[in-house]
Design a binder for this molecule. Structure first.
Ligand code: ADP
Ligand code: MG
Length: 424
């Protein structure tokens, strides 16, 4: 049976300086101003350094990346690299290319002085130089499973001497969409290896599947009763499908300087919402699986730098993405999968910052809200919208012609003057 290592601490006391990690890694942690480990780092680093398999679950934005990057880099630095050319020593599997880029950045900054070779590969990008590097050997390779599988199949890399396999967003990586790729890949890996799973969510079925792939894992779970980060305040507003765009317009206008991440259900809806905002003069960008690779990377940069403040995305951006200063998450549509609610709203309130999230729920989405609440085991706070507020929202919209606006204003005034009906 896996060991259940549940602990509730807010801040670990031991500073990174005191850890058994290399001085080179300590130096880069000082530069990053990471002084003390977060809870999940405090609990994960020792067993990973020891060589154990680990299944770690901790809320969004609590520093899971460094929780595996620090001990993995330190371990690789301490061990002697085999002289064989083309050895890949550790692979980090992630669900999206944006996440691969982000995690590569984390590994590169923590491993800045380690002398280790860190690389990400992705489709649609100039490959010759990357393949050259892969054939020389790489200490840490970060990629989506499909990409790694292609490289193995094409004979560009061999994973027979892999030391550590890491699955970030592990429940998703072991779920329907990815499990086949993962299983195919595992056939190419040595049986004796260290395997690490990290995620903010996991269900019983996936947990069993994860255990079947490893040897006596150490299980670490922080705050298992509440999967939503304490830093995120979240609520739901009941809004008709056809009115959602007016509410989004109002929110964007209300917070012109805030970084807002808007989640929609499909690629087509992302483009539609983008056009609707464009019609009322609001500058936004979209992010979804139909965009070219270069576009996807450029859009992420624009959103990061603040060149655009509103990003309309599908669930490709729900998991793992860490962008500083996202203050608001709007679920323009509820997600198709309840877990994604936790991941989406977890794009705000990261590290020590606070964030807000609101979901627009139409009549037909109420069953999904019920599923989300069942998963959270609590009710999501209701945001009440008064009739007058609703009319005001419509009135604010640039989309509604001016004469219509004055009519609405009149109706609203009449409403205000109406004698209140007695409650029955
Ligand atoms: P998770 O994967 O748990 O959602 P990330 O690994 O993306 O979270 O980290 C969230 C944020 O916390 C990042 O911006 C990261 O730089 C920051 N962070 C991680 N560890 C520390 C630490 N020990 N001290 C300060 N900030 C940290
Ligand atoms: Mg993460």
């Amino acid at each position: 049976m896996p060991q259940d290592d549940t602990l509730f601490v807010t801040f670990a006391l031991m500073k990174f300086e005191k850890y058994h990690i290399s001085p080179e890694i300590k130096k880069s942690l000082r530069e990053l101003e990471f002084k003390k480990p977060t809870d999940i780092q405090f609990k994960s680093i020792p067993p990973i350094l020891k060589g154990d398999d680990v299944l770690a679950i901790a809320q969004t934005g609590t520093g899971k990346t460094a929780a595996f990057a620090i001990p993995v880099l330190s371990t690789l630095q301490n061990r002697v690299r085999k002289n064989d050319t083309g050895q890949i020593r550790a692979v980090v599997m992630v669900p999206t290319r944006e996440l691969a880029v982000q995690i590569t950045d984390v590994f590169k900054s923590i491993g800045k002085y380690s002398g280790l070779e860190i690389l990400t590969v992705m489709g649609g990008v100039e490959q010759a130089a990357q393949i050259d590097q892969l054939q020389k050997g790489v200490d840490v390779l970060i990629a989506t499973p499909g990409r790694v599988f292609d490289l193995v199949n094409q004979g560009h890399i061999n994973l027979r001497q892999l030391e550590i396999l890491i699955l970030d967003e592990a429940d998703h990586m072991l779920d329907k969409g990815f499990i086949k790729d993962i299983r195919d890949l595992i056939r190419f890996l040595p049986r004796k290896r260290q395997t690490l799973f990290f995620s903010a969510t996991i269900n019983e079925t996936i947990k069993e599947l994860a255990y079947s792939l490893v040897h006596k894992p150490v299980r670490i779970q922080i705050s298992p009763k509440d999967p939503v980060s304490k830093n995120v305040e979240h609520a739901v507003a009941f809004v008709d499908m056809d009115d959602k765009r007016f509410y989004l317009e109002r929110l964007i206008k209300q917070y012109p300087d805030k970084k807002i991440l808007v989640f929609v259900r499909t690629k087509v809806r992302a483009e539609r919402v983008f056009s609707a905002m464009g019609r009322v003069g609001l500058d936004t960008a979209t992010m979804h699986g139909d965009k070219e690779q270069d576009d996807r990377l450029a859009v992420m940069e624009q959103f990061k730098s603040g060149e655009v403040n509103v990003l309309i995305a599908t669930d490709v951006s729900a998991r793992g993405i860490d962008i500083a200063g996202v203050e608001y998450v709007i679920n323009y549509d509820l997600p198709d999968v309840a877990e994604n609610y936790i991941h989406r709203i977890g794009r705000t309130g990261r590290g020590r910052s606070k964030g807000q999230a609101v979901s627009f729920c139409s009549e037909e989405e109420k069953p999904m809200l019920a599923e989300i609440e069942a998963l959270l085991d609590k009710e999501v706070r209701r945001m009440e919208i008064k009739k007058s507020e609703h009319l005001e929202t419509l009135a604010i919209s640039e989309e509604i012609p001016n004469d219509w606006r004055s009519v609405l204003k009149e109706i609203e005034n009449q409403e205000n003057f109406k004698p209140k009906k007695k409650k029955r």
